[in-house]
Structure formats: C-alpha cells, structure tokens
Ligand binder design. Structure first.
Ligand SMILES: NC(=O)c1ccc[n+]([C@@H]2O[C@H](COP(=O)([O-])OP(=O)(O)OC[C@H]3O[C@@H](n4cnc5c(N)ncnc54)[C@H](O)[C@@H]3O)[C@@H](O)[C@H]2O)c1
Length: 246
C-alpha cells in the first residue's frame, strides 16, 4: 500500500539510539523501515503504537547485497524514501597496538561504508521526488582525547567528511545531509561496551552533567529530518550535553 506519508529508513534500529529515533519519527507521522542485524520487534511495536506503518529488514548494512534488498522492500511496500538515518555502528575500545587490519577494516566497513551504501540505496528515490533528508550519526569522541578509539574515530571523522561532501552533490535535488554527534550514552551498546568511569567523567565535563540516554539525540535528528532544517546542510551538530563545541 503506497500512501502520501513520509517514509524513513533507520539503520541499527533494534535498540539504543536507532530504536528511539524510530519511535520519534513515528510520533511525528512518519512511516519507518527498521534495518538491523537483529530482529526489531520492540521498535516495530512502538512505531505501530504511534499509528505509523513499520517494516523490518534484517540485514548487515555493511554488505553491498543489502542495497538491492532495501530498494526492493522500499519499492514494493512504500514506493518512496524521504529520510535516511545512518545510525548503525560499533565502538569496540581497543588499544592501537591491538588493532589489526581486520578490526580496522571491520569498523570502517560497519560505521562508514554502510553510510555510503545506504545513501546509494535511497538517493534515487529522494532525487525522484526532489526532497530528502540524510542524517549520519557520528560521535563527539572525534573532539575528545579518547583512548582505544583510533579505528572508531577514523570512521566517525569519515562520516563527518562524507556528510560535508555529499551535501554539495545532492543540494540541487532538495536533499540535505547532516551529522549528529552523541556523547557516551547509556544505550544497550554503551552500557555493555563503555567503561562506566568514562561515562561518569565525560558527564562531569558536560554543561549538562548527566550521562546521555537513547532519547537525548532524538529531537536533533527529528529537526534535521524535517522541513524546518531546509537551510541547514553539510553540518555536524554535537547533541552531547554541551561537551564538544564546534
Ligand atoms: N552509545 C554511545 O555512547 C554512543 C556515543 C556516540 C556515538 N554513538 C553512535 O550511535 C550509534 C548507535 O549506537 P548505540 O549506542 O545505540 O548502539 P547499540 O549497540 O545499542 O545499538 C546498535 C544497533 O546497531 C546494530 N548494528 C550493528 N552493526 C550492524 C550492521 N553491520 N548492520 C546492521 N545493524 C547493525 C546492532 O545490532 C544494534 O541493534 C552508533 O553509530 C554509535 O557509534 C554511540
């Protein structure tokens, strides 16, 4: 069933920031395609509870084969894609001496190649309607003296560079591209993978002195996904409680 409602693709949608972003988009009347390695049952439930349509694609966003699979789902189920939130990512903390080429390339593939691949998948649909919003999730760590994150920071600075470059190439088609940088936050991934002492120390340095939660970046993402941000493109907004200032 094709309708005139906007459709968003959100990657890494099974939990954490991705789940919260899907719920926020649905509450604003946007239909959602949730993409994740894992099933997105809770996300789909929340999107549908908000009255929006939901579809799920269980897929690896760093795999080029996901591009035609996503296009086929969008073509069959929605006939459009207006918003892409490139949120899927991994952040293993590994001292540089232990980062081998395999880990380096894995992190670059999941965090950066995926943003390129998903943009490739949806841009023809956005260009056709001459309207689109792409939001790439980066990280405030790129502005911090963080240790064990050389591979991660390379991927997230890559995301910022990709955001700046792509914004120029698609502006004439009514498409904006921006990045959002969260701080260390208490998502499932953050709780499992970030040293609680690091979360506390970072929070103490923020203007707003508490750890981030999944919901904390949703408002910024929704603004960049909306009509209201039409004059904003190629930018990075740190939605991080006021830690890193650009
Ligand atoms: N939580 C933090 O402290 C923090 C801080 C700054 C930036 N970020 C960024 O925010 C984003 C989301 O982080 P989160 O904390 O919600 O993480 P999370 O681990 O809680 O959730 C990430 C989701 O992405 C999915 N995913 C991972 N690799 C994938 C792949 N190859 N293909 C498809 N799905 C995949 C996972 O299955 C999971 O559902 C990431 O890009 C991360 O780098 C997180």
């Amino acid at each position: 069933m094709h309708t005139d409602r906007r459709v968003a693709v959100v990657t890494g949608a099974a939990q954490g920031f991705g789940r919260a972003i899907c719920a926020g988009l649905a509450a604003r009347g946007t239909d959602v395609v949730a993409v994740d390695l894992n099933a997105c049952a809770q996300t789909l439930k929340e999107v549908r509870a908000a009255g929006a349509r939901a579809a799920e694609l269980i897929a690896d966003v760093s795999d080029p084969d996901t591009v035609p699979r996503l296009r086929a789902l969008l073509d069959a189920e929605f006939g459009r894609c207006d918003i892409l939130v490139n949120n899927a990512g991994v952040y293993p903390n590994t001292p540089f001496q232990d980062v081998d080429l395999e880990l380096w390339q894995r992190v670059l593939r999941i965090n950066l190649d995926s943003q390129f691949l998903m943009a490739k998948a949806v841009l023809p649909l956005m260009t056709g309607r001459r309207w689109g919003r792409i939001v790439n999730i980066t990280s405030n760590s790129v502005g911090l003296p963080a240790t064990g994150l050389s591979h991660y920071m390379a991927s997230k600075m890559g995301s910022i560079g990709f955001t700046r470059g792509l914004a120029n190439d698609v502006a004439a088609d009514g498409i904006t591209v921006n990045a959002v940088g969260p701080t260390a936050s208490l998502t499932p991934g953050g709780r499992a993978g970030i040293d609680p002492e690091v979360v506390r120390t970072l929070a103490a340095g923020q203007a707003i002195k508490r750890p981030g939660e999944a919901e904390d970046i949703v408002g910024t993402v929704l603004f960049l996904a909306s009509e209201d941000s039409a004059w904003v493109t190629g930018q990075t907004i740190m939605a991080d409680g006021g830690l890193v200032r650009l």
